[in-house]
Design a protein around this ligand. Structure first.
Ligand SMILES: [Zn+2]
Length: 299
């Protein structure tokens, strides 16, 4: 089972969050048909999502991330909850023969920048259950997703951070293992602390290559074996909250005139969810009702 562990080092200068995400990433990839570079991008996105939704103590925390990099996968969307439920999607899944898949042998790790794109922005909406969600945005630094989100944490949230996600594929391009680590130092601590953690996390992929690692082992990697106190541990799971309501909100962007035309054209319209692939059928009568509702709200 996938697990997230929050821990703190003994001098209480760095908090480390480690998560194993193999099952959740496999599930997202299975549902979206993602393999090869698409699987790595989706896996990194999902893994970073669960790690990011750990700022508050409460389970009501929710983090949404939108990455627009101009690459062939289009937008990357992440939606994570503080209790470990997470979903992520790529706007486009790249076909097997795509150029980006040929660049997966790169060292020290496969690059997803060719797929995600390198010119664009990343926006994070952090909902801590307070009146107004916090939103911050940065330009992409590398298109590698974890690196861009680390850049976001440092510049927009101004927290000294090291963030790394790793997705290991088998020979057929399917996900074998996935995990990630986020470390943040407390205000006033030596900046070299987090630099040290960041340097050690470069070895995350190598450490996962041969074995599954527990979150406690990943914390150990980040802290170079230094003693750490486990704080909270909870499961991580792929979860999609879509349903009829979400299908209607997707349709509502069409506007009343197009909705009425659509309702005249077919008995029912099927809307597939980008995150989980589930198809919701919306009847013509519901679409007409939505058009009427939209017209009323425009007047
Ligand atoms: Zn869904």
């Amino acid at each position: 089972m996938d697990t997230l562990l929050r821990a703190i080092n003994e001098p209480e200068t760095v908090r480390v969050i480690a998560a194993t995400t193999t099952a959740a990433v496999r599930e997202a990839c299975r549902r979206q048909g993602a393999t090869h570079v698409s699987a790595i991008a989706l896996g990194r996105a999902l893994t970073c999502g669960v790690l990011l939704a750990t700022l508050a103590k409460g389970e009501r925390e929710r983090v949404r991330v939108q990455v627009i990099g101009g690459g062939p996968v289009g937008q990357v969307i992440i939606d994570a909850h503080g209790d470990g439920r997470v979903r992520a999607c790529l706007e486009q899944i790249l076909p097997r023969q795509h150029l980006a898949n040929r660049m997966l042998d790169e060292e020290p790790r496969p690059s997803v920048a060719v797929a995600v794109g390198v010119r664009g922005s990343l926006t994070v909406t952090r909902d801590l259950g307070l009146a107004t969600p916090y939103q911050g945005s940065v330009e992409l630094r590398s298109g590698e997703l974890d690196d861009d989100l680390e850049h976001y944490l440092i510049t927009s949230e101004q927290l000294p951070s090291a963030l790394r996600a790793a997705v290991i594929l088998d020979a057929s391009g399917q996900v074998l293992r996935a995990a990630g680590v986020l470390a943040q130092s407390f205000p006033g601590s030596d900046p070299a602390l987090i630099d040290g953690v960041r340097a050690r996390l470069l070895g995350l992929r190598a450490s996962l290559a041969g074995h599954e690692r527990s979150p406690a082992e990943l914390v150990g990697l980040a802290l170079d074996g230094q003693a750490a106190r486990p704080m909270v541990e909870h499961p991580v799971e792929f979860h999609c909250s879509c349903g009829p309501q979400r299908a209607l909100s997707v349709l509502s962007v069409l506007g009343p005139a197009d909705l009425e035309a659509l309702a005249d054209e077919r008995e029912q319209t099927e809307i597939a969810c980008n995150f989980c692939g589930e198809v919701t059928a919306v009847a013509a009568a519901q679409i007409r009702a939505l058009a009427t509702e939209l017209r009323a709200s425009q007047n």
